[in-house]
Design a binder for this molecule. Structure first.
Ligand code: GLU
Length: 475
């Protein structure tokens, strides 16, 4: 391993892939690719009550969807198998016993209740409840008949490290009590399992959210105790909601699967999440994964927390939608439109895709856009719209257009375009008063995709009927 660049994403499978965790995964992945290193997926499922197989599956599915690929992982195998912590019990037991042998850890016979009492008594006396082994009992396994855990002895002083994002960090051990590394049922605690695994898997850089900052001193002590060099740490600032509070459910969608269902594209999400933590030297926002991989670097990672800006994400997603090949976009939009897409022939749907492409920010926007092509008689309720349709000019446009449409069986986009020219000339109307009545009559809306495209999809006769109805209703 030596100088190899090896990073890992280590989700706990206790729910869906959260957007903040996805950002951690994306950064690890991009940096691994940039440095020609390895990206490892490790499932941290030691919390048996909260971890589920379904969560693991859905996290992996979302990571695949995002387009993240890993070199080693539970589904892929690799030189340091297994990659699921629940299957690595023997490594934790061995390491814990080693620390006991080195007198850096000790058996502890306290129950949770004992610990609670310890805490309470100290707090009552106004002392901070920092535990230093006072009540642990004999340093032998299982003699007292009570559950026996293994606790790490916290030494004096402070843990200091040079964080690639935070700079020099130093945290005093004064408030860190001796902590359990192996529970009485031999399950490891989070800090311990992470360190044992990161050593075993040769992790060179730990890139994670700064909510883990307070864990780092404990982890550094464990590295020293196990005689291993610690990795380089990079603690990235949290993502905040618009109210500057940590991003949570009350800010709206927070899982990757919700964004997927809303019609975001994986490249857009990767681009956006990645730029929440760093900026490209070029200052550009639209950076597809290949460019992100080339341009990202530790020195460009930002120190301050970023606010999650949905409007910007939507805008960026719109750009990715427009960058898609038309055929691929058509397939995606047909999926998002569901049954409603079946009302159209492939040719019609192709036209709809061309007509709407500029108007979409997320793929689900197609549902609203399809209303423009329903061919149903729209209800015109707005007084201004009614007045517009009732005007002399509008009636002339509608009747003339309907008459000409009746004369042609089928027409393409170009013929529909020239129809506007000839009708405009014939009734001496142009501009807004030529187009708006037709749009209102066909869709009931003032804005939408280009009219000749809508008309081509609806067909001459359907259009004529709708225009006649509008002229009649208003007349
Ligand atoms: N399993 C931890 C989490 O989901 C990650 C641990 C780490 O990155 O050190 O937050």
């Amino acid at each position: 391993m030596g100088n190899e660049f090896r990073v890992r994403f280590a989700p706990s499978p206790t729910g869906k892939l959260h957007i903040g965790n996805a950002r951690t995964a994306v950064l690890n992945w991009l940096l691994a690719r940039k440095e020609s290193g390895a990206f490892i997926l490790r499932i941290e499922d030691t919390d048996l009550e909260r971890s589920t197989v379904e969560s693991e599956k859905s996290i992996i599915e979302d990571m695949h969807w995002l387009g993240l690929d890993w070199n080693e992982g539970p589904d892929k195998g690799g030189p340091f198998e297994p990659y699921r912590q629940s299957e690595r019990g023997e490594f934790y037991c061995k390491a814990a016993k080693l620390l006991v042998e080195r007198e850096l850890a000790y058996y502890c016979h306290m129950t949770d209740e004992d610990m609670e009492n310890f805490r309470r008594e100290h707090l009552v006396r106004g002392e901070s409840p920092v535990y230093r082994g006072e009540m642990s009992g004999p340093n032998t396994p299982g003699e007292s008949g009570k559950p026996t855990s293994i606790r790490f002895r916290v030494g004096p002083g402070a843990s200091s490290w040079k964080d690639l994002v935070k700079g020099n960090v130093s945290i005093d051990h004064g408030n860190i009590g001796d902590f359990i590394i192996l529970r009485s049922d031999e399950r490891p605690t989070y800090n311990f399992a992470v360190v044992v695994d990161d050593i075993a898997m040769g992790i060179s850089h730990v890139i994670r959210g700064d909510d883990h900052l307070s864990n780092t001193p404990r982890q550094l002590m464990l590295y020293a105790g196990l005689g291993a060099d610690p990795p380089v740490f990079a603690h990235i600032p949290m993502i905040l909601g618009p109210d500057n509070q940590r991003l949570s459910k009350r800010h709206g969608a927070i899982s990757v699967s919700e964004y997927r269902a809303e019609g975001y594209l994986p490249e857009a999400l990767i681009n956006y999440l990645s730029l929440l933590s760093w900026s490209s030297e070029s200052g550009e926002d639209f950076l597809p994964p290949e460019r992100l991989k080339a341009e990202i670097g530790f020195t460009r990672l930002g120190k301050s927390a970023a606010v999650f800006d949905r409007t910007k994400l939507r805008w960026l997603n719109g750009k990715y939608i427009r960058a898609l090949e038309k055929e691929r976009l058509g397939e995606l939009l047909a999926t998002f439109a569901g049954k409603r897409a079946q009302a159209f022939s492939p040719e019609q749907f192709g036209l709809i895709v061309s007509a709407c492409r500029e108007k979409l920010e997320v793929l689900t926007d197609i549902r609203k856009q399809l209303d423009n092509f329903s061919g149903e008689t729209p209800r015109i309720e707005d007084a201004e719209d009614q007045a517009l349709l009732g005007s002399e000019e509008a009636r002339k446009v509608l009747s003339e257009m309907a008459r000409r449409l009746r004369e042609q069986d089928s027409a393409g986009v170009e013929e529909m375009k020239s129809l506007f020219k000839s009708v405009g000339k014939a009734v001496s109307v142009e501009g807004k008063m030529l187009y708006m009545p037709v749009r209102l009559a066909l869709t009931g809306r003032r804005h939408g995709p280009e009219l000749p495209m809508i008309m081509t999809v609806l067909g001459s006769h359907r259009c004529a009927k709708l225009l006649e109805q509008a002229a009649g209703v208003s007349g």
